[in-house]
Design a protein around this ligand. Structure first.
Ligand SMILES: CC1=C(/C=C/C(C)=C/C=C/C(C)=C/C=C/C=C(C)/C=C/C=O)C(C)(C)CCC1
Ligand SMILES: [Fe+2]
Length: 561
Protein backbone atom coordinates (compact mmCIF):
# COMPACT_ATOMS: atom_id res chain seq x y z
CA UNK A 1 0.00 0.00 0.00
CA UNK A 2 1.40 3.48 -0.78
CA UNK A 3 3.20 5.22 2.09
CA UNK A 4 0.85 7.25 4.25
CA UNK A 5 -2.12 5.05 3.48
CA UNK A 6 -2.67 3.41 6.82
CA UNK A 7 -6.13 2.00 6.63
CA UNK A 8 -7.47 4.47 9.18
CA UNK A 9 -9.25 7.52 7.88
CA UNK A 10 -7.49 10.82 8.53
CA UNK A 11 -9.60 12.99 10.80
CA UNK A 12 -10.18 16.39 9.27
CA UNK A 13 -9.94 15.28 5.66
CA UNK A 14 -12.86 16.58 3.67
CA UNK A 15 -15.38 14.30 2.11
CA UNK A 16 -15.17 16.16 -1.16
CA UNK A 17 -13.42 19.12 -2.62
CA UNK A 18 -16.24 19.76 -5.03
CA UNK A 19 -19.01 22.17 -4.44
CA UNK A 20 -22.51 21.25 -5.34
CA UNK A 21 -24.36 22.74 -8.25
CA UNK A 22 -25.88 19.73 -9.88
CA UNK A 23 -29.13 18.02 -9.12
CA UNK A 24 -28.07 16.19 -5.96
CA UNK A 25 -27.71 17.49 -2.44
CA UNK A 26 -25.02 20.08 -1.88
CA UNK A 27 -21.71 19.00 -0.50
CA UNK A 28 -21.36 19.26 3.22
CA UNK A 29 -17.75 19.75 4.20
CA UNK A 30 -17.48 17.07 6.80
CA UNK A 31 -14.47 15.39 8.37
CA UNK A 32 -13.86 11.94 7.02
CA UNK A 33 -13.77 10.46 10.50
CA UNK A 34 -16.22 7.92 9.28
CA UNK A 35 -13.89 4.94 9.32
CA UNK A 36 -14.61 2.53 12.12
CA UNK A 37 -10.83 2.44 12.56
CA UNK A 38 -10.86 5.77 14.36
CA UNK A 39 -12.79 4.44 17.35
CA UNK A 40 -14.83 7.64 17.20
CA UNK A 41 -18.54 7.31 16.60
CA UNK A 42 -19.19 7.28 12.90
CA UNK A 43 -21.01 10.37 11.66
CA UNK A 44 -24.29 10.27 9.85
CA UNK A 45 -24.05 9.64 6.12
CA UNK A 46 -23.16 12.71 4.09
CA UNK A 47 -24.25 13.07 0.52
CA UNK A 48 -21.66 14.36 -1.91
CA UNK A 49 -22.81 16.61 -4.71
CA UNK A 50 -23.88 15.52 -8.11
CA UNK A 51 -21.58 16.61 -10.89
CA UNK A 52 -20.54 20.27 -10.78
CA UNK A 53 -22.40 22.86 -12.81
CA UNK A 54 -21.19 23.30 -16.34
CA UNK A 55 -20.42 19.64 -16.75
CA UNK A 56 -22.80 17.11 -18.27
CA UNK A 57 -25.23 16.01 -15.61
CA UNK A 58 -25.27 12.37 -14.68
CA UNK A 59 -28.81 11.19 -14.85
CA UNK A 60 -30.33 7.94 -13.79
CA UNK A 61 -33.04 7.76 -16.42
CA UNK A 62 -32.20 5.02 -18.89
CA UNK A 63 -32.65 6.49 -22.33
CA UNK A 64 -30.75 6.93 -25.51
CA UNK A 65 -30.61 10.22 -27.35
CA UNK A 66 -34.03 11.19 -28.55
CA UNK A 67 -36.18 9.30 -26.11
CA UNK A 68 -36.64 7.14 -23.08
CA UNK A 69 -35.70 3.48 -23.08
CA UNK A 70 -37.99 0.68 -22.06
CA UNK A 71 -39.08 1.43 -18.49
CA UNK A 72 -36.89 2.77 -15.75
CA UNK A 73 -36.53 -0.73 -14.28
CA UNK A 74 -34.36 -1.92 -11.45
CA UNK A 75 -31.98 0.32 -9.50
CA UNK A 76 -29.15 -2.09 -10.36
CA UNK A 77 -29.18 -0.81 -13.95
CA UNK A 78 -29.40 2.91 -13.21
CA UNK A 79 -26.38 5.15 -13.13
CA UNK A 80 -25.00 6.11 -9.75
CA UNK A 81 -26.30 9.61 -8.96
CA UNK A 82 -23.30 11.12 -7.24
CA UNK A 83 -19.65 11.07 -8.01
CA UNK A 84 -18.69 10.10 -4.47
CA UNK A 85 -20.03 9.49 -1.00
CA UNK A 86 -18.79 8.22 2.33
CA UNK A 87 -20.53 7.50 5.61
CA UNK A 88 -21.36 5.03 8.36
CA UNK A 89 -23.70 2.23 7.39
CA UNK A 90 -26.58 0.97 9.46
CA UNK A 91 -25.87 -2.64 10.37
CA UNK A 92 -28.62 -5.20 10.77
CA UNK A 93 -27.44 -8.43 12.43
CA UNK A 94 -24.01 -9.09 13.93
CA UNK A 95 -20.87 -8.49 11.92
CA UNK A 96 -18.11 -10.89 12.96
CA UNK A 97 -15.56 -9.07 15.10
CA UNK A 98 -12.72 -10.73 13.21
CA UNK A 99 -13.89 -9.08 9.97
CA UNK A 100 -11.33 -6.29 9.93
CA UNK A 101 -10.47 -4.71 6.61
CA UNK A 102 -11.88 -3.30 3.42
CA UNK A 103 -14.06 -4.92 0.81
CA UNK A 104 -13.72 -3.19 -2.57
CA UNK A 105 -15.99 -3.71 -5.54
CA UNK A 106 -15.44 -2.37 -9.04
CA UNK A 107 -17.91 -2.16 -11.89
CA UNK A 108 -19.46 -0.02 -14.59
CA UNK A 109 -21.80 2.18 -12.52
CA UNK A 110 -22.32 5.19 -14.78
CA UNK A 111 -24.06 4.62 -18.11
CA UNK A 112 -25.30 8.12 -18.90
CA UNK A 113 -23.67 11.27 -20.17
CA UNK A 114 -26.21 14.03 -20.05
CA UNK A 115 -29.23 12.67 -21.85
CA UNK A 116 -27.19 10.09 -23.72
CA UNK A 117 -27.53 6.54 -22.44
CA UNK A 118 -25.00 3.79 -23.10
CA UNK A 119 -26.06 0.47 -24.60
CA UNK A 120 -24.26 -2.24 -22.76
CA UNK A 121 -23.59 -3.15 -19.14
CA UNK A 122 -19.84 -3.25 -19.80
CA UNK A 123 -19.75 0.29 -21.26
CA UNK A 124 -20.30 2.14 -17.98
CA UNK A 125 -17.63 4.30 -16.35
CA UNK A 126 -16.01 2.60 -13.38
CA UNK A 127 -17.56 3.03 -9.95
CA UNK A 128 -15.58 1.76 -6.99
CA UNK A 129 -17.50 0.78 -3.85
CA UNK A 130 -15.85 0.34 -0.48
CA UNK A 131 -17.14 -1.19 2.74
CA UNK A 132 -14.69 -1.06 5.62
CA UNK A 133 -15.43 -3.35 8.53
CA UNK A 134 -14.13 -2.95 12.08
CA UNK A 135 -15.33 -3.82 15.55
CA UNK A 136 -18.69 -4.94 14.25
CA UNK A 137 -19.28 -1.66 12.44
CA UNK A 138 -19.19 -0.72 8.76
CA UNK A 139 -18.38 2.40 6.80
CA UNK A 140 -19.34 2.61 3.16
CA UNK A 141 -18.19 4.76 0.27
CA UNK A 142 -18.25 4.93 -3.49
CA UNK A 143 -16.34 6.99 -6.00
CA UNK A 144 -15.89 7.21 -9.74
CA UNK A 145 -12.46 6.16 -11.01
CA UNK A 146 -10.81 9.12 -12.72
CA UNK A 147 -9.69 7.42 -15.89
CA UNK A 148 -8.73 9.57 -18.89
CA UNK A 149 -11.83 8.19 -20.62
CA UNK A 150 -14.11 9.31 -17.77
CA UNK A 151 -12.47 12.73 -17.43
CA UNK A 152 -12.66 13.34 -21.18
CA UNK A 153 -16.31 12.28 -21.28
CA UNK A 154 -17.06 14.67 -18.42
CA UNK A 155 -15.16 17.52 -20.01
CA UNK A 156 -16.61 17.12 -23.50
CA UNK A 157 -20.02 15.62 -22.71
CA UNK A 158 -19.45 12.69 -25.04
CA UNK A 159 -17.69 9.36 -25.38
CA UNK A 160 -14.08 10.07 -26.40
CA UNK A 161 -12.52 6.60 -26.42
CA UNK A 162 -13.55 3.17 -27.70
CA UNK A 163 -15.49 1.42 -24.96
CA UNK A 164 -16.94 -2.09 -25.00
CA UNK A 165 -19.74 -1.16 -27.41
CA UNK A 166 -19.60 2.63 -27.58
CA UNK A 167 -17.21 4.36 -29.94
CA UNK A 168 -16.54 8.08 -30.23
CA UNK A 169 -18.50 9.82 -32.99
CA UNK A 170 -15.84 10.85 -35.52
CA UNK A 171 -15.56 14.66 -35.39
CA UNK A 172 -12.64 14.69 -37.76
CA UNK A 173 -12.64 12.75 -40.98
CA UNK A 174 -10.02 10.21 -40.17
CA UNK A 175 -9.42 7.84 -43.06
CA UNK A 176 -9.93 4.13 -42.54
CA UNK A 177 -6.14 3.90 -42.32
CA UNK A 178 -6.15 6.65 -39.70
CA UNK A 179 -8.81 4.82 -37.66
CA UNK A 180 -6.79 1.63 -37.87
CA UNK A 181 -3.69 3.51 -36.73
CA UNK A 182 -5.45 4.89 -33.62
CA UNK A 183 -6.73 1.40 -32.86
CA UNK A 184 -3.42 -0.40 -33.26
CA UNK A 185 -1.41 2.30 -31.49
CA UNK A 186 -3.93 1.97 -28.67
CA UNK A 187 -4.53 5.73 -28.55
CA UNK A 188 -8.27 5.41 -29.22
CA UNK A 189 -8.80 2.56 -26.74
CA UNK A 190 -10.38 3.30 -23.39
CA UNK A 191 -8.63 3.18 -20.02
CA UNK A 192 -12.00 2.91 -18.25
CA UNK A 193 -10.95 0.32 -15.65
CA UNK A 194 -14.45 -0.90 -14.86
CA UNK A 195 -13.98 -4.63 -14.48
CA UNK A 196 -11.64 -6.03 -11.85
CA UNK A 197 -9.94 -4.88 -8.68
CA UNK A 198 -6.99 -6.70 -7.15
CA UNK A 199 -4.70 -6.15 -4.20
CA UNK A 200 -1.12 -6.86 -5.27
CA UNK A 201 1.37 -8.67 -3.08
CA UNK A 202 3.02 -5.33 -2.25
CA UNK A 203 -0.30 -3.79 -1.12
CA UNK A 204 -1.00 -1.63 -4.18
CA UNK A 205 -4.61 -1.83 -5.30
CA UNK A 206 -5.15 -2.05 -9.03
CA UNK A 207 -8.37 -1.59 -11.01
CA UNK A 208 -8.44 -3.34 -14.36
CA UNK A 209 -10.21 -3.73 -17.65
CA UNK A 210 -9.04 -5.50 -20.78
CA UNK A 211 -6.90 -2.67 -22.11
CA UNK A 212 -3.41 -2.57 -20.62
CA UNK A 213 -3.61 1.23 -20.36
CA UNK A 214 -6.72 0.73 -18.23
CA UNK A 215 -4.68 -0.56 -15.26
CA UNK A 216 -5.20 2.13 -12.64
CA UNK A 217 -3.85 2.33 -9.08
CA UNK A 218 -6.32 3.51 -6.43
CA UNK A 219 -6.09 4.29 -2.73
CA UNK A 220 -8.31 1.74 -0.96
CA UNK A 221 -9.07 4.17 1.88
CA UNK A 222 -9.92 7.37 0.03
CA UNK A 223 -10.75 5.69 -3.30
CA UNK A 224 -8.52 8.36 -4.88
CA UNK A 225 -7.29 7.55 -8.36
CA UNK A 226 -3.50 7.54 -7.89
CA UNK A 227 -2.56 7.12 -11.53
CA UNK A 228 -1.91 4.65 -14.26
CA UNK A 229 0.04 1.50 -13.41
CA UNK A 230 2.96 1.88 -15.80
CA UNK A 231 4.52 -1.42 -16.81
CA UNK A 232 8.25 -0.70 -16.95
CA UNK A 233 9.08 -3.53 -19.36
CA UNK A 234 9.16 -3.48 -23.15
CA UNK A 235 6.60 -6.25 -23.65
CA UNK A 236 4.03 -3.89 -25.10
CA UNK A 237 0.60 -5.22 -26.02
CA UNK A 238 -2.71 -3.38 -26.03
CA UNK A 239 -5.00 -5.81 -24.28
CA UNK A 240 -4.63 -8.43 -21.59
CA UNK A 241 -6.82 -10.64 -19.45
CA UNK A 242 -9.03 -8.59 -17.12
CA UNK A 243 -8.28 -11.15 -14.39
CA UNK A 244 -4.61 -11.62 -13.66
CA UNK A 245 -3.80 -14.32 -11.12
CA UNK A 246 -2.39 -12.46 -8.14
CA UNK A 247 -0.64 -14.04 -5.16
CA UNK A 248 1.54 -12.61 -2.38
CA UNK A 249 4.61 -13.00 -4.58
CA UNK A 250 3.51 -12.79 -8.20
CA UNK A 251 1.14 -11.65 -10.90
CA UNK A 252 0.41 -13.76 -13.98
CA UNK A 253 -1.42 -12.58 -17.06
CA UNK A 254 -2.03 -13.38 -20.72
CA UNK A 255 -1.43 -10.94 -23.58
CA UNK A 256 -3.28 -11.95 -26.76
CA UNK A 257 -1.46 -11.35 -30.03
CA UNK A 258 -4.02 -10.25 -32.63
CA UNK A 259 -1.51 -10.07 -35.51
CA UNK A 260 0.09 -13.50 -35.17
CA UNK A 261 -2.74 -15.31 -33.35
CA UNK A 262 -1.47 -16.52 -30.00
CA UNK A 263 -0.90 -15.52 -26.40
CA UNK A 264 2.12 -14.40 -24.41
CA UNK A 265 2.18 -15.74 -20.89
CA UNK A 266 3.85 -13.19 -18.62
CA UNK A 267 4.75 -12.96 -14.95
CA UNK A 268 5.53 -10.00 -12.70
CA UNK A 269 7.15 -10.20 -9.25
CA UNK A 270 5.33 -8.46 -6.41
CA UNK A 271 6.84 -5.07 -5.68
CA UNK A 272 7.89 -4.47 -9.28
CA UNK A 273 6.24 -3.08 -12.42
CA UNK A 274 8.18 -5.31 -14.76
CA UNK A 275 6.45 -8.16 -16.50
CA UNK A 276 8.70 -10.93 -17.81
CA UNK A 277 7.91 -13.07 -20.80
CA UNK A 278 7.51 -16.72 -19.80
CA UNK A 279 6.36 -18.35 -23.03
CA UNK A 280 4.06 -18.23 -26.02
CA UNK A 281 1.07 -20.30 -27.03
CA UNK A 282 0.24 -20.34 -30.73
CA UNK A 283 -3.45 -20.51 -31.56
CA UNK A 284 -4.55 -23.74 -33.22
CA UNK A 285 -7.51 -22.34 -35.13
CA UNK A 286 -9.31 -19.29 -36.37
CA UNK A 287 -8.22 -15.92 -37.73
CA UNK A 288 -7.60 -14.44 -34.27
CA UNK A 289 -7.09 -15.55 -30.66
CA UNK A 290 -10.05 -16.59 -28.56
CA UNK A 291 -11.27 -14.00 -26.02
CA UNK A 292 -9.43 -14.47 -22.72
CA UNK A 293 -11.31 -12.52 -20.08
CA UNK A 294 -9.77 -14.83 -17.48
CA UNK A 295 -7.66 -17.99 -17.19
CA UNK A 296 -6.65 -20.32 -14.37
CA UNK A 297 -3.33 -21.58 -13.03
CA UNK A 298 -2.27 -24.62 -11.03
CA UNK A 299 0.80 -24.88 -8.80
CA UNK A 300 3.10 -25.64 -11.75
CA UNK A 301 1.13 -24.71 -14.86
CA UNK A 302 -0.71 -21.87 -16.58
CA UNK A 303 -3.84 -22.94 -18.44
CA UNK A 304 -4.48 -20.97 -21.63
CA UNK A 305 -8.01 -21.25 -23.03
CA UNK A 306 -8.66 -20.79 -26.75
CA UNK A 307 -12.41 -20.58 -27.25
CA UNK A 308 -14.23 -20.14 -30.57
CA UNK A 309 -15.43 -16.68 -29.50
CA UNK A 310 -12.50 -14.81 -31.01
CA UNK A 311 -11.33 -11.18 -31.14
CA UNK A 312 -12.20 -9.48 -34.41
CA UNK A 313 -10.20 -6.47 -35.63
CA UNK A 314 -13.01 -5.50 -38.03
CA UNK A 315 -15.53 -5.41 -35.18
CA UNK A 316 -13.09 -3.48 -33.02
CA UNK A 317 -13.29 -0.72 -35.62
CA UNK A 318 -17.04 -0.73 -36.27
CA UNK A 319 -19.07 2.30 -35.26
CA UNK A 320 -22.21 0.23 -34.63
CA UNK A 321 -21.77 -2.88 -32.50
CA UNK A 322 -22.60 -6.35 -33.79
CA UNK A 323 -24.41 -8.78 -31.44
CA UNK A 324 -21.00 -10.14 -30.48
CA UNK A 325 -19.42 -6.68 -30.05
CA UNK A 326 -15.65 -6.86 -30.61
CA UNK A 327 -15.78 -10.60 -31.15
CA UNK A 328 -16.81 -13.26 -33.68
CA UNK A 329 -17.97 -16.87 -33.25
CA UNK A 330 -15.84 -19.38 -35.19
CA UNK A 331 -17.22 -22.81 -34.34
CA UNK A 332 -15.32 -24.30 -37.28
CA UNK A 333 -12.01 -23.13 -35.80
CA UNK A 334 -12.24 -25.58 -32.90
CA UNK A 335 -11.97 -25.11 -29.15
CA UNK A 336 -8.76 -25.79 -27.28
CA UNK A 337 -7.08 -25.78 -23.90
CA UNK A 338 -3.33 -25.32 -23.67
CA UNK A 339 -1.12 -25.95 -20.65
CA UNK A 340 2.21 -24.18 -20.14
CA UNK A 341 4.85 -25.10 -17.57
CA UNK A 342 5.40 -22.03 -15.35
CA UNK A 343 9.09 -22.83 -14.86
CA UNK A 344 10.14 -23.55 -18.46
CA UNK A 345 7.54 -21.72 -20.54
CA UNK A 346 7.07 -24.95 -22.52
CA UNK A 347 3.61 -25.95 -23.73
CA UNK A 348 3.14 -29.41 -22.22
CA UNK A 349 -0.38 -30.07 -23.49
CA UNK A 350 -2.64 -28.67 -26.16
CA UNK A 351 -5.94 -30.49 -26.49
CA UNK A 352 -9.11 -30.04 -28.45
CA UNK A 353 -12.21 -29.85 -26.27
CA UNK A 354 -15.95 -29.53 -26.92
CA UNK A 355 -17.07 -25.99 -27.83
CA UNK A 356 -17.41 -23.66 -24.84
CA UNK A 357 -18.13 -20.06 -23.87
CA UNK A 358 -16.70 -18.81 -20.62
CA UNK A 359 -15.71 -15.48 -19.16
CA UNK A 360 -14.73 -16.62 -15.70
CA UNK A 361 -12.57 -19.51 -14.69
CA UNK A 362 -13.15 -20.64 -11.13
CA UNK A 363 -9.96 -22.55 -10.39
CA UNK A 364 -7.68 -25.32 -11.64
CA UNK A 365 -5.59 -28.02 -10.03
CA UNK A 366 -3.29 -30.93 -10.84
CA UNK A 367 -4.30 -34.60 -10.70
CA UNK A 368 -1.49 -36.97 -9.79
CA UNK A 369 -0.93 -40.72 -9.88
CA UNK A 370 0.33 -42.92 -7.02
CA UNK A 371 3.92 -41.84 -7.71
CA UNK A 372 2.99 -38.18 -7.51
CA UNK A 373 3.35 -37.60 -11.26
CA UNK A 374 0.94 -35.04 -12.68
CA UNK A 375 -1.36 -36.87 -15.08
CA UNK A 376 -4.00 -34.25 -15.84
CA UNK A 377 -5.18 -30.74 -15.14
CA UNK A 378 -8.71 -30.09 -13.94
CA UNK A 379 -9.98 -26.58 -14.76
CA UNK A 380 -13.41 -25.29 -13.72
CA UNK A 381 -15.28 -22.36 -15.20
CA UNK A 382 -18.69 -20.68 -15.43
CA UNK A 383 -19.69 -22.13 -18.78
CA UNK A 384 -22.54 -20.81 -20.90
CA UNK A 385 -23.29 -24.05 -22.78
CA UNK A 386 -21.27 -22.80 -25.77
CA UNK A 387 -23.93 -20.13 -26.29
CA UNK A 388 -22.80 -16.53 -26.85
CA UNK A 389 -26.28 -15.03 -26.38
CA UNK A 390 -25.47 -13.99 -22.79
CA UNK A 391 -23.50 -11.05 -24.24
CA UNK A 392 -26.59 -9.63 -25.90
CA UNK A 393 -28.72 -10.32 -22.80
CA UNK A 394 -26.41 -7.97 -20.93
CA UNK A 395 -27.52 -5.00 -23.05
CA UNK A 396 -28.99 -2.44 -20.65
CA UNK A 397 -32.27 -2.34 -22.54
CA UNK A 398 -32.71 -6.08 -21.93
CA UNK A 399 -31.73 -5.84 -18.28
CA UNK A 400 -34.14 -2.94 -17.71
CA UNK A 401 -37.12 -4.48 -19.44
CA UNK A 402 -37.71 -7.51 -17.23
CA UNK A 403 -41.42 -8.35 -17.03
CA UNK A 404 -41.33 -11.81 -15.52
CA UNK A 405 -40.13 -13.77 -18.59
CA UNK A 406 -37.43 -16.37 -18.04
CA UNK A 407 -34.81 -15.15 -20.51
CA UNK A 408 -31.49 -15.81 -18.78
CA UNK A 409 -29.61 -18.41 -20.86
CA UNK A 410 -28.54 -21.52 -18.95
CA UNK A 411 -25.05 -21.81 -17.53
CA UNK A 412 -23.20 -24.46 -15.55
CA UNK A 413 -19.95 -25.21 -13.78
CA UNK A 414 -17.94 -26.52 -16.71
CA UNK A 415 -15.17 -28.90 -15.66
CA UNK A 416 -12.33 -29.48 -18.14
CA UNK A 417 -10.03 -32.46 -17.76
CA UNK A 418 -6.83 -31.97 -19.73
CA UNK A 419 -4.68 -35.12 -19.93
CA UNK A 420 -0.91 -34.59 -19.90
CA UNK A 421 -0.09 -37.90 -21.63
CA UNK A 422 -0.13 -36.49 -25.16
CA UNK A 423 -3.77 -37.40 -25.91
CA UNK A 424 -5.23 -34.98 -28.46
CA UNK A 425 -8.56 -34.49 -26.69
CA UNK A 426 -9.72 -33.14 -23.36
CA UNK A 427 -13.10 -33.47 -21.66
CA UNK A 428 -15.69 -30.91 -20.67
CA UNK A 429 -18.63 -31.82 -18.43
CA UNK A 430 -20.87 -30.19 -15.86
CA UNK A 431 -19.30 -30.55 -12.40
CA UNK A 432 -22.78 -30.82 -10.85
CA UNK A 433 -26.38 -30.82 -12.00
CA UNK A 434 -27.01 -27.17 -13.05
CA UNK A 435 -30.53 -27.42 -11.58
CA UNK A 436 -28.80 -27.20 -8.18
CA UNK A 437 -28.10 -23.50 -8.88
CA UNK A 438 -31.07 -22.72 -11.11
CA UNK A 439 -29.04 -23.05 -14.32
CA UNK A 440 -27.44 -19.68 -13.69
CA UNK A 441 -23.71 -19.53 -13.01
CA UNK A 442 -21.25 -16.65 -13.12
CA UNK A 443 -19.22 -14.19 -11.04
CA UNK A 444 -17.34 -16.64 -8.84
CA UNK A 445 -14.82 -16.62 -6.01
CA UNK A 446 -13.04 -19.27 -3.93
CA UNK A 447 -10.91 -19.39 -0.80
CA UNK A 448 -7.67 -17.70 -1.99
CA UNK A 449 -5.57 -20.30 -0.15
CA UNK A 450 -6.85 -22.85 -2.68
CA UNK A 451 -5.94 -21.00 -5.89
CA UNK A 452 -4.25 -23.52 -8.17
CA UNK A 453 -4.88 -26.34 -5.70
CA UNK A 454 -7.52 -28.97 -5.07
CA UNK A 455 -10.58 -27.24 -3.66
CA UNK A 456 -14.13 -28.06 -2.71
CA UNK A 457 -16.18 -24.86 -2.55
CA UNK A 458 -16.98 -22.06 -4.97
CA UNK A 459 -19.23 -19.05 -4.37
CA UNK A 460 -21.07 -17.57 -7.35
CA UNK A 461 -24.29 -16.02 -8.62
CA UNK A 462 -26.98 -18.46 -9.67
CA UNK A 463 -30.59 -18.15 -10.76
CA UNK A 464 -34.04 -18.29 -9.23
CA UNK A 465 -36.26 -18.48 -12.30
CA UNK A 466 -37.93 -16.79 -14.02
CA UNK A 467 -35.23 -14.14 -14.31
CA UNK A 468 -33.25 -12.12 -16.83
CA UNK A 469 -30.04 -11.96 -14.78
CA UNK A 470 -28.48 -14.11 -12.07
CA UNK A 471 -30.41 -13.24 -8.89
CA UNK A 472 -29.16 -15.67 -6.24
CA UNK A 473 -25.96 -16.30 -4.37
CA UNK A 474 -24.90 -19.89 -4.49
CA UNK A 475 -22.31 -21.98 -2.66
CA UNK A 476 -21.22 -24.92 -4.76
CA UNK A 477 -19.91 -28.07 -3.13
CA UNK A 478 -17.85 -29.77 -5.84
CA UNK A 479 -17.49 -32.96 -3.81
CA UNK A 480 -21.10 -33.51 -2.78
CA UNK A 481 -22.22 -31.93 -6.10
CA UNK A 482 -24.79 -29.79 -4.33
CA UNK A 483 -25.49 -26.08 -3.90
CA UNK A 484 -26.80 -23.90 -1.08
CA UNK A 485 -28.67 -20.88 -2.39
CA UNK A 486 -29.51 -17.41 -1.00
CA UNK A 487 -32.39 -15.56 -2.63
CA UNK A 488 -34.41 -12.47 -1.80
CA UNK A 489 -37.16 -11.47 -4.20
CA UNK A 490 -36.44 -8.38 -6.31
CA UNK A 491 -32.73 -8.22 -5.57
CA UNK A 492 -29.66 -8.28 -7.82
CA UNK A 493 -26.66 -9.54 -5.82
CA UNK A 494 -23.13 -9.13 -7.15
CA UNK A 495 -20.23 -11.60 -6.97
CA UNK A 496 -20.10 -13.23 -3.51
CA UNK A 497 -16.53 -12.65 -2.42
CA UNK A 498 -15.04 -15.14 0.04
CA UNK A 499 -13.06 -13.69 2.95
CA UNK A 500 -11.38 -16.31 5.17
CA UNK A 501 -11.47 -15.99 8.95
CA UNK A 502 -7.89 -15.34 10.14
CA UNK A 503 -6.46 -18.62 11.38
CA UNK A 504 -9.12 -20.69 9.64
CA UNK A 505 -8.30 -24.30 8.83
CA UNK A 506 -11.45 -25.39 7.03
CA UNK A 507 -11.86 -24.23 3.45
CA UNK A 508 -15.26 -22.61 4.06
CA UNK A 509 -14.46 -20.99 7.41
CA UNK A 510 -15.14 -17.34 6.64
CA UNK A 511 -17.78 -15.13 5.10
CA UNK A 512 -19.03 -14.40 1.60
CA UNK A 513 -19.68 -10.69 1.01
CA UNK A 514 -21.95 -9.45 -1.77
CA UNK A 515 -23.28 -5.98 -2.60
CA UNK A 516 -27.00 -6.32 -3.19
CA UNK A 517 -29.14 -3.84 -5.15
CA UNK A 518 -32.84 -4.11 -4.41
CA UNK A 519 -35.77 -3.16 -6.62
CA UNK A 520 -37.00 -0.58 -4.08
CA UNK A 521 -33.76 1.37 -4.45
CA UNK A 522 -32.11 0.09 -1.29
CA UNK A 523 -28.62 -1.41 -1.35
CA UNK A 524 -26.60 -3.29 1.20
CA UNK A 525 -23.45 -5.28 1.72
CA UNK A 526 -24.68 -8.74 2.62
CA UNK A 527 -22.47 -10.88 4.82
CA UNK A 528 -23.16 -14.62 4.69
CA UNK A 529 -21.57 -17.26 6.88
CA UNK A 530 -19.68 -19.18 4.20
CA UNK A 531 -20.22 -22.49 5.97
CA UNK A 532 -23.99 -22.38 6.44
CA UNK A 533 -24.63 -19.77 3.74
CA UNK A 534 -27.01 -18.05 6.15
CA UNK A 535 -27.06 -14.27 6.53
CA UNK A 536 -25.11 -12.97 9.51
CA UNK A 537 -25.48 -9.25 8.82
CA UNK A 538 -26.23 -6.60 6.25
CA UNK A 539 -24.73 -3.11 6.15
CA UNK A 540 -27.16 -0.75 4.47
CA UNK A 541 -26.28 2.10 2.14
CA UNK A 542 -28.66 5.06 2.37
CA UNK A 543 -29.05 5.25 -1.41
CA UNK A 544 -29.40 3.03 -4.45
CA UNK A 545 -26.29 1.33 -5.75
CA UNK A 546 -25.85 0.14 -9.33
CA UNK A 547 -24.75 -3.41 -10.10
CA UNK A 548 -21.00 -4.03 -10.03
CA UNK A 549 -18.71 -6.81 -11.11
CA UNK A 550 -15.64 -7.93 -9.18
CA UNK A 551 -14.21 -7.52 -5.72
CA UNK A 552 -11.14 -7.84 -3.53
CA UNK A 553 -10.34 -7.78 0.18
CA UNK A 554 -7.72 -5.49 1.69
CA UNK A 555 -6.84 -6.63 5.23
CA UNK A 556 -6.35 -3.81 7.73
CA UNK A 557 -2.89 -2.63 8.74
CA UNK A 558 -1.06 -4.76 6.31
CA UNK A 559 1.35 -3.55 3.69
CA UNK A 560 0.69 -6.63 1.68
CA UNK A 561 -2.39 -8.49 0.59
C1 LIG B 1 -12.62 -1.68 -23.96
C2 LIG B 1 -12.23 -2.68 -24.89
C3 LIG B 1 -12.52 -3.94 -24.66
C4 LIG B 1 -13.23 -4.18 -23.43
C5 LIG B 1 -13.60 -5.26 -22.83
C6 LIG B 1 -14.31 -5.35 -21.59
C7 LIG B 1 -14.55 -4.18 -20.78
C8 LIG B 1 -14.75 -6.54 -21.23
C9 LIG B 1 -15.49 -6.82 -20.03
C10 LIG B 1 -15.98 -8.06 -19.86
C11 LIG B 1 -16.74 -8.51 -18.73
C12 LIG B 1 -16.98 -7.59 -17.63
C13 LIG B 1 -17.27 -9.75 -18.75
C14 LIG B 1 -18.15 -10.24 -17.75
C15 LIG B 1 -18.97 -11.26 -18.00
C16 LIG B 1 -20.02 -11.54 -17.08
C17 LIG B 1 -21.01 -12.39 -17.36
C18 LIG B 1 -21.02 -13.17 -18.59
C19 LIG B 1 -22.06 -12.52 -16.42
C20 LIG B 1 -23.13 -13.28 -16.71
C21 LIG B 1 -24.16 -13.41 -15.85
O1 LIG B 1 -24.87 -14.36 -15.96
C22 LIG B 1 -12.15 -4.95 -25.65
C23 LIG B 1 -13.34 -5.76 -25.98
C24 LIG B 1 -11.02 -5.77 -25.14
C25 LIG B 1 -11.64 -4.35 -26.97
C26 LIG B 1 -10.80 -3.23 -26.78
C27 LIG B 1 -11.54 -2.20 -26.07
FE1 LIG C 1 -14.76 -10.60 -15.13
Amino acid sequence: RPAGSSGAAVPGRLATSQQGGGKGKRAVAQPLAASAATETPAPAPVAAPALPAGRPAVVDAPRRRGGRGAGSGHAAWKSVRQERWEGALEVEGELPLWLDGTYLRNGPGLWNLGDYGFRHLFDGYATLVRVSFRNGRAVGAHRQIESEAYKAARAHGKVCYREFSEVPKPDSFLSAVGQLATLFSGSSLTDNSNTGVVCLGDGRVLCLTETIKGSIVVDPDTLDTLGRFEFSDKLGGLIHSAHPIVTATEFWTLIPDLIRPGYSVVRMDAGTNERRFVGRVDCRGGPAPGWVHSFPVTEHYVVVPEMPLRYCAKNLLRAEPTPLYKFEWHLESGSYMHVMCKASGRVVASVEVPPYVTFHFINAYEETDEEGRVTAIVADCCEHNADTSILDKLRLQNLRSFAGQDVLPDARVGRFRIPLDGSPFGELEAALDPEEHGRGMDMCSINPAHVGKKYRYAYACGAHRPCNFPNTLTKIDMVEKTAKNWYEEGTVPSEPFFVPRPGAVEEDDGVAISMVSARDGSAYALVLDAKTFQEVARAKFPYAMPYGLHCCWVPRNSNAC
